[in-house]
Design a protein around this ligand. Structure first.
Ligand SMILES: [Fe+2]
Ligand SMILES: [Fe+2]
Ligand SMILES: [Fe+2]
Ligand SMILES: [Fe+2]
Length: 448
């Protein structure tokens, strides 16, 4: 088949990918595929997701990464060291997730300092592309203590940990209600007072050297500028193949699911179900792996929904419904910055769209909901109703059939996909349930 014929075939099959325009949400039909993705873009999305959990974090991870990068530059660090600083800065408080929901950042950094640093390191431990920042994160609250902080509990502390510590203290000293430049003398005084006691003297000197440059402070409160400044580092960052991305997005799935005991295995169930449905539908091996990734992150934006709503036993009021319905919008925005994730984003973030236009948040119709997104919608519904929820038991096969058939009859979801599901029900159900039962809860909900 020639290329045009192939594209037309993909289009008619509904598998042509859509790129959602940032401003207008208009659609450009564009066959897009997975390209190896930048590790920095992937972890930046996770740093942004933490802001959804507690908006008062206010770009904390990006800011620490940026300030650490600037201090590192002044220290004449190599590009490799700068990359490690940015990566560690973007993820340094990841282990404080359960605290972030309910505490102010300053309290977390002060009273739970080493505890959350260790939890953050454990979170990343075992993921090989991150192995060279695990210890940087682990020791990011060790005080310098006039040189004693070169070691902690008998282990050598990576000097980059001390840069992250300093950058972190600088950033948490910023009062977001005051003009940034007005605060510089005050912040410098705080840091100077702790030179040698808490912070490495040469690092404090490096900070003092750059602190008169207004653009650094202005960049710090300007998300777009922070991105641009790191763009060279971003461009040359390690790029991850599909298997590493699967491992990393499984961590993200665990973070999402750990927000509520009632959905504690949801994402992995959706991911495995969607992958199986795609396989039966004839997707290539690579596309099936992409579908697995899309399943892991399909509810990424649920981090914006608090546990009071997720765990509610009973119906939601209008206000709560609005919060819930925002989650696919945030999934879309969080994935948007990852180049190479275009198809994955489309499959993931359109899972609540309905063929008659009654879904959300884009209100697309059958004309522009691709087949991959239709698979995700069915996988999501199937998994959700097969799970126990606070207000009902898991549904039986007959009940699942009834619910899904009525949605097909009402023109909401794709018959082609539901036919695949019911023709292979026992297989798909087994895969979904086994994946959920096997899920290990290692470090998902750190105790506090
Ligand atoms: Fe911290
Ligand atoms: Fe921090
Ligand atoms: Fe959802
Ligand atoms: Fe879901």
């Amino acid at each position: 088949m020639d290329i045009v014929g192939k594209l037309m075939d993909d289009f008619l099959e509904g598998r042509a990918c859509q790129v959602l325009c940032v401003l207008s949400c208009s659609i450009i039909m564009n066959r897009s595929d997975y390209n190896n993705v930048s590790i920095l873009e992937l972890i930046t999305s996770l740093a942004d997701a933490m802001d959804l959990i507690n908006p008062s974090l206010n770009d904390h991870h990006r800011q620490v990464a940026y300030m650490a990068f600037r201090i590192g530059e002044q220290m004449n660090y190599t590009e490799k060291q700068l990359k490690r600083l940015v990566e560690a800065g973007l993820l340094h408080d990841i282990g404080a997730l359960s605290l972030i929901r309910r505490l102010e950042l300053l309290d977390i950094e002060t009273y739970y300092a080493n505890k959350h640093a260790v939890l953050s390191a454990e979170f990343l431990d075992g993921f090989s592309p991150m192995e060279d920042i695990v210890d940087v994160v682990r020791y990011h609250h060790v005080p310098w203590d006039y040189g004693e902080g070169d070691f902690f509990e008998g282990k050598k502390v990576d000097e980059l940990s001390h840069v992250i510590h300093l950058a972190d203290r600088i950033v948490v000293s910023i009062d977001k209600n005051q003009g940034i430049l007005d605060q510089v003398p005050f912040i410098k005084d705080i840091i100077e007072l702790q030179k040698d006691k808490i912070f490495v003297p040469e690092m404090v000197d490096a900070f003092m050297h750059i602190s008169h440059k207004e653009y650094i402070w202005l960049d710090l409160i300007n998300k777009a500028a922070m991105e641009m400044t790191n763009s060279n580092i971003m461009r040359r960052a390690i790029r991850l193949g599909l298997n590493d991305v699967i491992d990393f997005t499984r961590i993200i799935a665990n973070i999402i699911d750990s927000q509520s005991p009632f959905t504690a295995r949801h994402s992995v169930g959706v991911a495995k179900t969607a992958q199986k449905l795609a396989e039966i539908a004839g997707f290539s091996k690579k596309e099936c792996q992409m579908m697995l990734i899309a399943g892991y992150v399909h509810d990424y934006g649920k981090l914006a929904v608090g546990p009071d709503i997720l765990d509610k036993n009973g119906g939601l009021n209008q206000e709560e419904l609005h919060v819930v319905r925002s989650h696919t919008y945030y999934t879309h925005r969080l994935l948007q910055g990852i180049r190479g994730f275009e198809s994955i984003n489309t499959w993931a973030s359109l899972h609540h769209e309905r063929l008659d236009g009654s879904g959300y948040p884009f209100h697309f119709t059958s004309e522009n909901i691709p087949f991959g997104s239709r698979i995700m919608a069915v996988a999501d519904i199937f998994t959700a109703i097969s799970e126990i929820r606070p207000y009902r038991d898991a549904m039986s096969k007959e009940e699942v059939f009834e619910v899904i058939q009525s949605m097909v009859a009402n023109g909401l979801i794709c018959r082609k996909v539901t036919d695949i599901l019911f023709e292979n029900y026992d297989d798909v159900h087994k895969i979904c349930m086994e994946a959920q039962e096997q899920l290990e809860f290692k470090k998902l909900v750190p105790s506090t």
